[in-house]
Design a protein around this ligand. Structure first.
Ligand SMILES: *Cc1c(COP(=O)(O)O)cnc(C)c1O
Length: 463
């Protein structure tokens, strides 16, 4: 009798047409390059990396359909046909009538913050994102975190850790008054919480609260396709809706969105603003000329806009997004089987190792996550990044380090770039570092830049 198949696997819904060779180096070589880079993975050269999981931003593989579109770039200064095609797709898939392109996400954040925020305003949001918060602050606003408490607990299994705690929001509204809150800044999913989604039910409840209090809602829709997938998987009533339907339904609740196209849209550069508010649109269209370029290219080449327009069509394909998030889950489940501590539930774009539980013998000031990212690189050439005390910087008033609750190493998966075998190799390397974890010593910081120190700080190994 034939053996019974108990499980049906998914596989990537694409095959490889072009390959890019990667370097396989020796451990001795990596010990040298890691030391030269001051034990900071941001300072390593890309040619010395085997599997690069530093970020999923702009590191996507484009399809043959997108590459073919690149040849159709209309590089006219004004009124490029690629701009109009992209605008049509933004209308069709996100549902907004107005659209302004920008060269990447933070440029869109810059314009939205400048238009909506007045000095002295407060901007509540479901956890901060580095560039989003910075632009809100530069515009004179103060960011206030109103995410649910579970988001700060790496072991909580809440299915929607990106949800807003409406009682925290209400407390702020009562304290400062709705007039001082230009908009609620929602992200879906929440990057800094580990790629955790917000539920449709929470968005609907939030909207009714916002409407009652006369507050607008804006959305960071950079990874919204991943959020739509989680809603389809986890929220009642959405099982039979398409990713495209859920995406549009989420957007319908917000006045506008800003987007870094370097994530969902499967391209290497790009961003945009889309809105239903004509006045905000007119201002954004005006300001984009000052900071980015004419409103029909916003700092992008015509070919970039064509690739974005085509990427929108591909990103809502169910088989594609299932394989993307499926790859992250496959990776996370392997680590969990080996009892390696990670943030749970497994998020949409990355695995976060919990360095506090991985290296419990290191004090936070010995940089556990920085140490762990380096050990993985030296073991196998896999590049990850620190999200812990180095990233958290110093307290502006006391000058001491900020000591964040979470001390994490992020392994981010670029879209359509690596195969399951690359994931296996990465998992095996992390498991082997885990086996010898007790012998691992920490680091000492020997050079510290003033701003965003994690990019350029240098370290030495403790003896
Ligand atoms: C990457 C990112 C941004 C910033 O976009 P850039 O294209 O890097 O400027 C903003 N918000 C979120 C959630 C992001 O992941």
């Amino acid at each position: 009798m034939a053996k019974k198949i108990i499980k049906r696997s998914w596989a990537e819904p694409f095959k490889i047409k072009v390959v890019e060779p990667i370097s396989m180096t020796t451990k001795e070589y990596r010990e040298k390059t890691a030391k030269q880079a001051g034990y900071n993975t941001f300072l390593l050269k890309s040619q010395d990396i085997y599997i690069d999981l530093l970020t999923d931003s702009g590191t996507n593989a484009m399809s043959d359909y997108q590459w073919a579109g690149m040849m159709l770039g209309d590089e006219a200064y004004a009124g490029s046909k690629n701009f109009y095609y992209l605008w049509d797709n933004v209308k069709k898939y996100y549902g907004y009538p107005y659209f302004v392109p920008t060269h990447q996400g933070r440029a869109a954040e810059h314009l939205v913050s400048k238009i909506l925020i007045k000095p002295g305003d407060y901007i509540p949001g479901n956890m901060y994102f580095t560039t989003t918060r910075l632009h809100q602050e530069i515009a004179g606003g103060t960011f206030v975190d109103v995410i649910i408490d579970e988001a700060h607990d790496p072991q909580s299994l809440h299915p929607f850790k990106g949800n807003v705690d409406i009682s925290k929001l209400d407390k702020l509204v009562k304290e400062v008054g709705a007039k001082k809150i230009p908009y609620i800044s929602v992200a879906g999913p929440v990057n800094m919480a580990g790629g955790q989604p917000i539920s449709m039910a929470n968005i609907v409840e939030l909207k009714s609260y916002a409407k009652k209090n006369g507050i607008k809602m804006w959305l960071d829709a950079t990874r919204l396709v991943e959020n739509a997938y989680f809603i389809k998987q986890r929220e009642k009533g959405y099982e039979n809706k398409t990713i495209a339907q859920i995406l549009k339904e989420i957007c319908s609740h917000f006045e506008g969105i800003w987007v870094s196209a370097k994530k969902d849209l499967l391209v290497n550069i790009g961003g945009f603003i889309a809105t239903k508010n004509k006045n905000v649109y007119e201002e954004a269209r005006n300001l984009v000329v000052v900071y980015e370029g004419l409103h029909t290219y916003g700092g992008l080449a015509g070919r970039d806009m064509e690739a974005m327009a085509r990427g929108i069509e591909e990103m809502v394909n169910y088989d594609y997004i299932r394989s993307r998030i499926g790859q992250v889950e496959y990776f996370g489940n392997k680590l969990l089987e080996y009892k390696i501590p990670i943030v749970q539930p497994i998020g949409g774009h990355a695995i976060f190792l919990d360095a506090k539980r991985f290296l419990p013998h290191l004090k936070q000031i010995e940089f556990p996550a920085q140490t762990l990212a380096n050990e993985i690189y030296i073991d196998s050439g896999v590049r990850a990044m620190e999200r812990g005390i180095v990233s958290a910087g110093r307290n502006q008033k006391t000058g001491d380090h900020n000591y964040p609750k979470l001390e994490l190493v992020r392994l981010t998966l670029p879209r359509r770039v690596y195969t399951q075998a690359h994931i296996d190799v990465t998992y095996e390397s992390i498991a082997s570092v885990y086996d010898k974890r007790k012998s691992i010593k920490g680091l000492k910081m020997i050079y510290e830049p003033k701003y965003l120190r994690f990019f350029q700080a240098r370290f030495e190994k403790l003896k």
